[in-house]
Structure formats: structure tokens, C-alpha cells
Design a protein around this ligand. Structure first.
Ligand SMILES: Cc1cc2nc3c(=O)[nH]c(=O)nc-3n(C[C@H](O)[C@H](O)[C@H](O)COP(=O)(O)O)c2cc1C
Length: 359
């Protein structure tokens, strides 16, 4: 047995192992008003053997939705529907945090009827998938003071809603070019007020959202995901190390349940950030040209992280911890069924037991 199969602490919880299911948007929230479905409950319950499940990105407000059929946590219907998911995971002894994702400028008015917002009126290059097909991204509105205040309040309310829905906590999505990352990034945040400019200004929204969520549900149920330097969604960051060390310096005293680091090519930065963070670190290792594989467990053994997260491999292997313990075999993900659709490529990946019955 390696470290991966030993429990550890995150916030108020003890995880059954150190293997995390990373957040994955699956765009199957076909319930009324962007709510979860019984199929989603089955999918997450199949993966309840993880030390922690982080759900797909979930919008904290109608404004925060950037893709079709992503679930929300801002209406009564959504809260009630998520209960089906959380109770199914808990029935199998799992732990599940909701990832709160406000997509900011990545979105389209045709989705919610609302124009996308961001730090500044800087359009992202590229297209976004909408109900009528791919469309050019639009220039977002820069949030004003009132808009920033209501965005922070929306995150806090969504966190309360998550707890009411039975989640064990929430992960704030500060990664991959969505709203919080847009405020952190020098190419999107061109503000000259207190929410932009130097590292204190650009990190302020993430810090204030974290503070508000901590006040709402407690630091021991609040995690944060970051992806320093990740260019996804047309992000370009000039001063990655300075920005993220400033961010962690401001956040460390809050005592969050964990930091979830989506690593880039610079493993040296991972070590620098780990040294700045006194709480648990979940690492989603950088794996050029492929998805993160079983070798990632080495990063636990060498002390780079306290837990390791897998996305694609977890998509395709519902019993991933069992397979990791057995040394495989591992199924490969089919990305053509990643977003939208039905049970195919979603709940029909076999477990090792199923596979041995078949084969
Ligand atoms: C289908 C799919 C959907 C994803 N959706 C999200 C998401 O909603 N939120 C997020 O933070 N990352 C998301 N990611 C990124 C993953 O969490 C992860 O960082 C990335 O896939 C690299 O990890 P891997 O090599 O284990 O797949 C997604 C990845 C995939 C494959």
C-alpha cells in the first residue's frame, strides 16, 4: 500500500484515500432549470470510492453560466435536485464538494439572456458552444462596484445552498480562464481601481469571494482551485509567481480546507506555492500530451502534494482507486461523449468487476 490509500484530512473531514476526482463539466443537467438528474446521481455514486469528488463546474448565478446544460446552485429547484446526487454519494461513503464556477467572459447572451461580465471589457479570442452551435465570444461588460458586490454575494449564497443540498463543501473555481482567473490575469484585468492593477488589486476578488464563502459555510468546507499561467480561454499572465504567491499569502490565514493546484509545465512553481501554503494541497499534475496517469501517485510519495486529482482517467474508470491499487488495467476516456448526451460515455464505463464478468 502506498500513501495514496491512506486517509488524510481536508478541513473538517477525513478522506478515505488521497485520490480525488477532479471537476469535469459534463453538460447533462437536463433537469428543470439547469438542475441535476438521477443519471448524474448514478454517475457520481459510481465514483464515490474517491477520497473526494469535486463536481463539474456549477454556476452560482444565472449570470455565471457559460455553457449549455451545466447545473446551477442558485434556485430552489437546483438545491432540491442536487440532494439526489449528494445522498447517493453519501450512501456509498463518499465525500463530495460542489465546484462553483462563474465563467465570466466565457459565455454568450443566448444562454441566459444576460450579457457576459468580466474584470474589463476585453473579449476572449475564440468561440463558445451555444444551444445553436458555436458562436464568436462577445465583449463582456466590466463589472462595476455593485456588480462585484453582488457577484461575491452570489458565491456566498451558492455555498449556503450547496450545504443545504447536502454537499460537504465547495471548491471555488479560480482556474482555467473563468471569472476569478480573469481578474487575476494581466491580459484581461486592465482595471485601474482597487480590483485591478498590482497583485493586491488583481487577487482581491478571489480573496473577497473566499472570505465571503468562509463566512457563509466555514473555512473547513471551502477549497480553491487555481491554474497559474494556464493560457486556456485566452489567458496570458505576465507575473505568475508574484500573483500567485501574493494570492496564497492573503488566503493562507483563512485556513481553507484545501488548495487544488492545476499544475502547469513549471514544476518549480508547484514547489514554491506548496511552501507558501500551510493547508492541504491537491495536485492535478501537468501531463503533457495526455491525461494524468497512474504515475501521478509518485507525487504523493515524493511529498509534492497531499492528494492527487485525476480528471480524464476518472471519467473512464469509475472504480479508479481500486484499479490504481491493483496496478490497472485502465480504460481510456472517449472525449466525443464528454459533453452532453445520455448515459453513453457517462455511466456505462465498467468497473473492474464488471469487466472481469464480461471478459
Ligand atoms: C471533460 C472535461 C471537463 C472538465 N471540466 C472542468 C470543470 O468544470 N472545472 C475545472 O476546474 N476543470 C475542468 N476540467 C479540467 C480537469 O479538471 C483537469 O484539470 C484536466 O483535465 C487535466 O487533468 P487530467 O489530465 O487528469 O484529465 C475538465 C476536463 C475534462 C476532461
Amino acid at each position: 500500500m502506498t500513501t495514496a490509500f491512506e486517509p488524510t484530512r481536508i478541513g473538517r473531514y477525513t478522506t478515505r484515500n488521497r485520490i480525488v476526482m477532479a471537476p469535469m463539466t459534463r453538460s447533462r443537467a437536463y433537469g428543470p432549470g439547469a438542475s441535476a438528474t438521477p443519471l448524474m446521481a448514478e454517475y457520481y455514486a459510481q465514483r464515490a470510492g474517491a477520497g473526494l469528488i469535486v463536481t463539474e463546474g456549477t454556476q452560482p448565478s444565472a449570470q455565471g453560466q457559460g455553457y449549455p446544460n451545466t447545473p446551477g446552485l442558485h434556485t430552489r429547484t437546483q438545491v432540491e435536485a442536487w440532494r439526489g446526487v449528494t445522498s447517493a454519494v453519501h450512501a456509498r461513503g463518499g465525500l463530495i464538494f460542489a465546484q462553483l464556477m462563474h465563467t465570466g467572459r466565457i459565455g454568450h447572451p443566448s444562454l441566459s439572456g444576460l450579457a457576459p461580465v468580466s474584470a474589463s471589457a476585453v473579449r476572449a479570442a475564440g468561440t463558445v458552444y451555444t444551444p445553436t452551435g458555436a458562436q464568436e465570444l462577445v465583449t463582456p461588460h466590466a463589472l462595476d462596484e455593485a456588480g462585484i458586490a453582488s457577484t461575491i454575494a452570489d458565491f456566498a449564497q451558492a455555498a449556503r445552498n450547496a450545504i443545504e443540498a447536502g454537499f460537504d463543501g465547495v471548491e471555488l473555481h479560480g482556474a482555467n480562464g473563468y471569472l476569478l482567473h480573469q481578474f487575476l490575469a494581466t491580459n484581461v484585468n486592465t482595471r485601474t481601481d482597487a480590483w485591478g492593477g498590482d497583485t493586491t488589486g488583481r487577487t482581491r476578488l478571489t480573496v473577497e469571494v473566499a472570505r465571503a464563502v468562509v463566512d457563509a459555510i466555514g473555512a473547513d468546507r471551502t477549497g480553491l482551485r487555481i491554474s497559474p499561467g494556464n493560457p486556456f480561454n485566452d489567458i496570458s499572465e505576465d507575473d505568475v509567481e508574484a500573483t500567485y504567491t501574493a494570492l496564497l499569502e492573503a488566503l493562507d490565514p483563512l485556513g481553507l480546507a484545501y488548495l487544488h493546484l492545476a499544475e502547469g509545465p513549471d514544476a518549480g512553481l508547484t514547489a514554491i506555492l506548496r511552501a507558501r501554503w500551510s493547508g492541504p494541497l491537491i495536485l492535478n499534475p501537468f501531463t503533457p500530451g495526455s491525461w494524468t496517469g497512474p504515475d501521478a501517485l509518485d507525487r504523493l510519495e515524493d511529498g509534492s502534494a497531499d492528494l492527487v486529482s485525476f480528471a480524464a482517467l476518472y471519467l473512464a474508470n469509475p472504480d479508479l482507486p481500486v484499479r490504481l491499487a491493483a496496478g490497472g488495467p485502465f480504460a481510456a476516456p472517449d472525449y466525443s461523449t464528454a459533453y452532453g448526451g445520455d448515459h453513453a460515455g457517462y455511466t456505462d464505463y465498467p468497473t473492474l468487476d464488471d469487466a472481469s464478468v464480461v471478459g
